[in-house]
Design a protein around this ligand. Structure first.
Ligand SMILES: *Cc1c(COP(=O)(O)O)cnc(C)c1O
Length: 357
């Protein structure tokens, strides 16, 4: 099989163990003689998968009993709408750290009063705004912890005077999180915990039921808490692969263990970017993401952009082209991206530099 160093931003690299197990389950699910996509989602075999998935989430992230974890369709983008539907009464407050944050804010504005507390749009979102004040009269404060496109990240759990809501699509399970500080954590699975097709939402139960609007059944978190994420047919295959991905994560020591590896991988790559005369990092150093590493050709070397992409491609690198809105390069080094892939990319950057000495 062809070897690819997969740096795709999402969908992206998943643990081989999860893929292998998915292949088996597609052929025969737990000895039922049926594929995992053929069994009833009301069967006891399927129930066991849902239970395992929920308990893995709770165990790996240390989710307290005050919160429930839900698996939903519609991706993170649908959660942009769930948030104001379930939490916005008088005012929603948003930190605008990228286009995903902006899209989340747009949905809130469509339903009511929502304000942007601070934005880093002035510098193409290459930093996290500091020193802003969270309005004490807001119903909630919404942040995007990892800005996938720009490679910036809020790596600590903020103190907020109002319920804190976080889009953690691209850094969930990459570091330990104090879930008790959040009213809601949500994201699409396809960046760190599974394939596309399922979103997760970790919601504090007593934060719900505070808005006066009618909430459409499918957009009401309480529907899915009551229905154990099976009010309607869940995305069974995506949930299956997510369960296997979390099982892998638990097997290698959980979130704390992976965090150490993630920090190490990111450090290695940033060190090379800072050392290499042909490249510069784009994100403010203190806000650098450990999941998405963004860089561009050094000043005066812009003409090497396409050449490096070709060179890297020839060495098996996939997905290192920066997002179309920012250009340059982006290496997404999620949990399942092995250290060897980062080492291969570094070697590739070093050899490219030698070529141009
Ligand atoms: C990818 C991404 C999204 C969008 O996810 P979908 O599941 O495709 O809707 C939202 N927020 C962040 C931070 C992302 O990285």
């Amino acid at each position: 099989m062809k070897k690819a160093y997969n740096f795709n931003a999402g969908p992206c690299v998943l643990p081989k163990a999860a893929i292998d197990s998915a292949i088996e389950a597609l052929k025969d699910f737990k000895g039922t003689g049926m594929s995992v996509i053929e069994v009833s989602h009301r069967s006891k075999e399927w129930d066991a998968v849902m239970d395992e998935c929920r308990s893995l989430w709770k165990e790996l992230l240390n989710i307290p009993d005050t919160h429930e974890v839900l698996f939903l369709g519609g991706g993170a983008s649908m959660q942009f709408l769930y948030v104001p539907m379930n939490f916005l009464e008088n005012k929603g407050a948003y930190l605008e750290t990228g286009v995903w944050a902006k899209k989340a804010l747009k949905e809130a504005k469509g339903l009511g009063n929502a304000v942007c507390v601070a934005s880093s749009a002035d510098k193409v979102y290459n930093y996290i705004p500091k020193g802003f004040e969270i309005p004490a009269d807001a119903d909630y404060f919404h942040i995007t912890t990892n800005n996938t496109i720009y490679g910036t990240e809020i790596r600590e759990d903020l103190d907020s005077p109002v319920p804190l809501i976080a889009d953690m699509s691209s850094d969930i399970m990459s570091r330990p999180v104090d879930v008790s500080k959040y009213a809601l954590i949500y994201g699409g699975a396809q960046k760190n915990v599974g394939p596309a097709g399922v979103a997760f939402a970790i919601v504090r139960k007593d934060a719900l039921g505070k808005v006066s609007r009618y909430i459409p059944t499918m957009l009401d978190y309480r529907t899915h808490i009551d229905g154990l994420s099976m009010f309607n047919t869940p995305p069974v295959f995506s949930i299956y692969v997510m369960t296997e991905t979390l099982r892998w994560l638990k097997g290698i020591g959980g979130v704390e263990a992976i965090n150490k590896i993630n920090v190490q991988k990111a450090q290695m790559l940033y060190d090379e970017i800072d050392r290499n005369s042909l490249f510069v990092g784009t994100a403010a150093k203190e806000d650098r993401s450990i999941m998405n590493v963004c860089f561009v050709p050094a000043p005066g070397k812009e003409n090497l952009q396409d050449e490096f992409l070709e060179f890297a491609k020839g060495r098996g690198m996939v997905g290192i082209k920066g997002h179309r809105s920012v250009g340059g390069f982006r290496a997404s080094i999620y949990n399942a991206c092995p250290v060897e892939a980062v080492e291969a990319l570094i070697a590739c950057m070093q050899d490219f530099e030698k070529l141009h000495k």
